[in-house]
Design a binder for this molecule. Structure first.
Ligand code: IMP
Length: 407
């Protein structure tokens, strides 16, 4: 059996949560492999809006087990708030339903302070200020604190070392240094909260992947990949599906269909190039209609037309076999829509609604075919509204867990 991976093909916020949620219905495991509380996946439960950050999007199904992989970083206070909100909405996650890899790294107050200090200066890039970059920095320079160390006898010593390495940076930036006390306070929360959920298995999915249906859920988008994105305006983890295997770990030969999620237009939060950005009232209208305000930070998202040159690159980087085009309904009613193709903005006639009868609206179909022609793979489905069920399957995929990954 091979397992699907869901990734965003743009700059995050493509609506991956909804797609993962719809696959999760048929799955036993939903697995996160990168990022941390910088992500914001919007889900709907009984008409109530829920935003998950670190927790995988399988939380709404009581039969699904959720796994936070080794490639993720965990902000204990944010996770606590998230779990409380989920419990309040009726999705209580016991240790049977949420597992956290002991190799995942912890985001502590020092990391948040470092992210804040960098963002306050001229070299800020518009991060979510959730301490993501500094947590991955401490991971790679081997001063980070892993979940596994929460009950280690030398934990306090490790934290002292972390502070020794990074406090001089805060000091040089004229910021208050982070104290042992404040970091230990968060550690205590983590010990209580994370303790029961820890998975210490070296290869948790080696056997599971042979028999149980898994969905691997990427955070952020391909163009924010630390190696292949628009550096330095990127996040600090790998977002391409190859990382699904590393950041879990998940047996690489068991990775099957890769589904890329892209919005019918483009949004970006934070700095970085965006050739199709709209600074006019059309951009404003799309932002309002599409509720394009950060799920994590509340920041208004920069809005622009779909960039098919970038999308083609993302399709190649992710090697996805099908695109799910989300939020096409937000563009309904626009007289003209546009997309960047070979460096030029090409105009298309707009559509009044995404579907007409049983089929796509002919103008929508023309737009979709232009996407397919330029990027070279099919648009398999379209999101037609906020509702969980609002999807139009253009090429129904019978079995997402099949070994045949041609679409
Ligand atoms: P960081 O991941 O907080 O370090 O932020 C780095 C860049 O990635 C910034 O441009 C953020 O706005 C962007 N970013 C990080 N996570 C997300 C996300 O889930 N959606 C959209 N943008 C994100």
């Amino acid at each position: 059996m091979k397992h699907p991976v869901v990734v965003g093909l743009q700059y995050g916020d493509e609506g991956k949560g909804k797609i993962t949620d719809s696959l999760a219905k048929q799955a036993e495991w939903v697995i996160r492999f990168n990022g941390g509380s910088n992500a914001g996946h919007t889900l709907w439960l009984n008409g109530q809006k829920l935003v998950t950050h670190s927790v995988p999007s399988g939380v709404l199904y009581s039969h699904v087990k959720n796994f936070i992989g080794a490639g993720c970083v965990i902000h204990p206070l944010a996770l606590k708030k998230e779990l409380e909100e989920l419990a309040g909405a009726g999705a209580k996650l016991g240790s049977d339903r949420l597992l956290i890899d002991s190799r995942a790294h912890l985001t502590l107050p020092i990391h948040l302070a470092l992210d804040g200090a960098r963002e306050a200066g001229a070299s800020g890039i518009g991060t979510t200020k959730k301490g993501i970059g500094p947590t991955y920095t401490s991971k790679t320079d081997r001063s980070g604190i892993r979940v596994a160390q929460l009950d280690a006898p030398d934990l306090e010593e490790r934290i002292r070392f972390l502070l020794e390495v990074f406090n001089p940076i805060l000091k040089a930036a004229g910021q208050t240094e982070s104290t042992l006390k404040e970091n230990l306070e968060v550690i205590r929360v983590a010990q209580q909260l994370i303790g029961p959920h820890v998975s210490r298995e070296a290869t948790p999915f080696y056997d599971i992947a042979k028999k149980s249906r898994c969905v691997l859920e990427g955070a952020q988008g391909i163009l924010l990949d630390i190696d292949h994105g628009t550096y330095p305006y990127v996040t600090s983890s790998n977002t391409i599906p190859a990382f699904a295997s590393i950041g879990t770990p998940f047996p690489s030969s068991r990775i099957g269909r890769i589904l890329g999620v892209a919005k019918a237009y483009l949004t970006r939060v934070g700095q970085g190039p965006m050739p199709t950005e709209l600074h006019d009232e059309t951009g404003q209208r799309i932002r309002e209609k599409g509720h394009e305000f950060g799920a994590t930070t509340g920041r208004p998202r920069r809005t622009g037309w779909l960039d098919l040159d970038e999308l083609r690159l993302s399709v190649r980087l992710s090697d996805c076999s099908g695109i799910v085009l989300t939020k096409s309904d937000i563009l309904s009613g626009e007289a003209k829509v546009a997309a960047r193709i070979d460096g030029k903005l090409v105009e298309f006639e707009g559509w009044s609604s995404v579907t007409e009868g049983e089929a796509l609206h002919p103008k929508m179909e023309t737009f979709v075919q232009a996407i397919e022609k330029h990027v070279g793979i099919p648009v398999v489905a379209l999101g037609t509204g906020a509702d969980r069920a609002a999807m139009f399957w253009r090429r129904p995929i019978d079995d997402f867990w099949s070994d045949d990954v041609s679409t």
